[in-house]
Design a protein around this ligand. Structure first.
Ligand code: ADE
Length: 346
C-alpha cells in the first residue's frame, strides 16, 4: 500500500507495541469494540479524520475501523504527530498523512488528501479537531451532501482566571497561554485563549531566558509572527532561543503552538479514552440516524456522556451501583439515567 505519507515506516513495530499498551489504558474504546464489533454500526461510514496523530488517536482510529468505518487521517497540527504511531497505522493499511515537523504546505496537502478516496469516492463524515478539515468543506472540497462534522471540544478542563501578565513579567520564568485551561502548579494564573495575549512587548520585557509556550492550538495567542525579525537560534527541534537587540533572550517552545504535544506526548491514554469514546459514540449516533439532524451544532445527549463515564469506572476500581426504585423516585431520576439535566457539564 502506498496511499500514505509518514516519516519512517520502519517505526511501525515500535508503534504497534505502544498501541497495544495504550489499549489497556483505554477501556472505553475497547468496550465499544467488544459491544459493537459484531454489528458493524459504522459500515459505510467514510471518515476523514483531522486530529493529532498520536498513539491514543491510533487506538481511536482502530476502534472506528473495528466498527466498520473506512478511514483516512491527517494530523491537525504540524508538530503533534508521533511518528511511530503514524507508521503503525499506515502499516495496518489505513491511509495516514502526517509526520512530526511537517511544513505548513505539507500540512494542507495532507489535509486535502484525507478527502481523496482511492476509488474516487469522498467522505461522508469528518472527525475534526481544530476545524481545518471543516474549513476545506466550506471552501468547496468534495464530500457527500449529508456530511456530518464532528468536532472535539477544545477545552477539556476548566475555566481559569485571567492573568495580568505585566505584573508577573519580572518574576515568572514560564508563561503559558491556553484556551480556558489552567496549567496547575506551573503558574498561579494563566492567560486564556485569544489572539495577542502575550505580545512582543511582553516578551521583550521578560527575564533573560524566560520560557514561553502555549498549550492552545494557534501560534497567534503569542505574537510569534512579531518575533520573526529578531535573531533565532535553534537549540533542538521545537526549542528556539530568540534574541532581542538588547541581548536578552526568550526560549520559545514548539514555535508557540500546543506545547503538550509539540514537546511531550500530550494527555495520557486514560484521559483520551474518555474523550475518544465520546467521539465514537457520537459518530455512531449521527451515522445511524441519517436525516435526523439539521445543519446546526448539537450537544451530545447526556446518556452518552454517562455511558462513557460508566465504561471507565472499572479501571479506576470504582463499582457503580444501581438506584433502587425507592431511591430513584426519591431524587426524581430514572434508574438507568440520565442522572443529570442536559445543562449540566460533566
Ligand atoms: N490532545 C491532547 N493529548 C492528546 C493525545 N495524547 N492524543 C490526541 N490528542 C490529544
Amino acid at each position: 500500500m502506498t496511499d500514505f505519507h509518514v516519516a519512517d515506516i520502519s517505526l511501525a513495530d515500535w508503534g504497534r507495541k505502544e498501541l497495544t499498551i495504550a489499549e489497556t489504558e483505554m477501556p472505553g474504546l475497547m468496550a465499544l469494540r467488544e459491544e459493537f464489533g459484531k454489528t458493524q454500526p459504522l459500515k459505510g461510514a467514510r471518515i476523514a479524520g483531522s486530529l493529532h496523530m498520536t498513539i491514543q488517536t491510533g487506538v481511536l482510529i482502530e476502534t472506528l475501523k473495528a466498527l466498520g468505518a473506512d478511514i483516512r487521517w491527517a494530523s491537525c497540527n504540524i508538530f503533534s504527530t508521533q511518528d511511530h504511531a503514524a507508521s503503525a497505522i499506515a502499516a495496518a493499511g489505513i491511509p495516514v498523512f502526517a509526520y512530526k515537523g511537517e511544513s505548513l504546505v505539507e500540512y494542507w496537502d495532507y489535509t486535502h488528501r484525507i478527502f481523496e478516496w482511492a476509488d474516487g469516492g469522498c467522505p461522508n463524515m469528518i472527525l475534526d479537531d481544530g476545524g481545518d478539515a471543516t474549513l476545506l468543506i466550506h471552501l468547496g472540497m468534495r464530500a457527500e451532501k449529508d456530511l456530518s462534522v464532528l468536532s472535539t471540544p477544545t477545552c477539556e478542563e476548566e475555566e481559569v482566571l485571567f492573568a495580568s501578565i505585566k505584573k508577573r513579567l519580572a518574576t515568572d520564568k514560564t508563561f503559558y497561554s491556553r484556551n480556558g485551561v489552567a496549567i496547575k502548579g506551573v503558574t498561579e494564573e494563566t492567560t486564556t485563549g485569544n489572539v495577542d495575549v502575550i505580545t512582543v512587548e511582553h516578551m521583550r520585557a521578560m527575564k533573560d531566558r524566560a520560557i514561553v509556550c502555549n498549550i492552545g492550538h494557534f501560534d497567534s495567542e503569542i505574537q510569534v509572527a512579531g518575533l520573526k525579525n529578531f535573531k533565532w537560534h535553534n537549540v533542538k527541534p521545537q526549542v528556539d532561543e530568540i534574541e532581542f537587540p538588547n541581548g536578552t533572550r526568550i526560549i520559545l517552545l514548539a514555535e508557540g503552538r500546543l506545547v503538550n504535544l509539540g514537546c511531550a506526548t500530550g494527555h495520557p491514554s486514560f484521559v483520551m479514552s474518555a474523550s475518544f469514546t465520546n467521539q465514537v459514540l457520537a459518530q455512531m449516533y449521527i451515522f445511524c440516524n441519517p436525516g435526523k439532524y439539521e445543519k446546526k451544532v448539537y450537544v451530545l445527549p447526556k446518556h452518552l456522556d454517562e455511558k462513557v463515564a460508566a465504561l471507565h469506572l472499572g479501571k479506576l476500581g470504582v463499582k457503580l451501583t444501581t438506584l433502587s426504585e425507592k431511591q430513584s423516585s426519591y431524587i426524581g431520576v430514572a434508574v438507568e439515567g440520565p442522572f443529570k439535566p442536559d445543562t449540566y457539564r460533566y
